[in-house]
Design a protein around this ligand. Structure first.
Ligand SMILES: [Zn+2]
Length: 193
């Protein structure tokens, strides 16, 4: 059992309509983790611990889009319905939204890349991050890598992630890599209710 302390924060990546089934970059099973993530959110919120939600937030001509030479279909164009969380993802108003990849010529998979996230965490005295969301093999992986590099202890929410899986094993390999880097794999039952 992990004990939550005031050194802990929750980071949930990219729960946005375009990344859920039916979205332009829909991730298989992405909707299945929403109730689990809400349970994590409730546990952090009940203890007054900080919660950060990232949003992929692109201009219409973002470099990651295929018509700009990038690898992905158009997704998460800032302010469009696809860029918003689904109604079921009912996070507390106190959660901090981190917008990323907002410049046309910069891709950012990590929540730390060109954002104020690290400054927020330092100001709050946070030393350990609980990280989940979408997608295991991109934003979660790169956020965990940066968190480890920046010196944070990391717990990976293994029941609160899903992978794009361009190759069928990508999600599995990403999970293995994060654990090899030092992320502790946890699931909801590992935390006190
Ligand atoms: Zn994107």
């Amino acid at each position: 059992m992990e004990i939550l302390t005031t050194d802990d924060a929750l980071i949930i990546a990219d729960i946005q309509n375009d990344f859920l089934p039916g979205g332009t970059l829909g991730i298989s099973g992405g909707h299945e983790i929403v109730p689990t993530l809400l349970s994590y959110i409730r546990r952090f919120h009940a203890r007054g611990l900080p919660i950060f939600l990232t949003r992929d937030w692109h201009p219409p001509t973002h470099c990651s889009f295929r018509d700009q030479g990038g690898p992905w279909p158009v997704h998460c164009v800032a302010g469009t319905p696809g860029s918003l969380p689904p109604p079921a993802f009912d996070a507390p108003a106190s959660a901090v939204i981190i917008y990323k990849a907002i410049d046309p010529d910069q891709e950012a998979y990590s929540a730390f890349q060109h954002t104020a996230l690290n400054r927020h965490l330092q100001a709050l005295g946070i030393h350990r991050l609980f990280i989940g969301g979408l997608a295991t093999d991109y934003c979660v992986l790169h956020t965990v890598k940066d968190a480890v590099t920046l010196g944070y202890a990391v717990c990976l929410l293994t029941d609160g992630i899903r992978a794009v899986n361009l190759q069928p094993d990508d999600g599995h390999l990403a999970e293995q890599e994060m654990i090899r880097l030092g992320a502790a794999p946890i699931h909801l039952e590992t935390l006190p209710a």
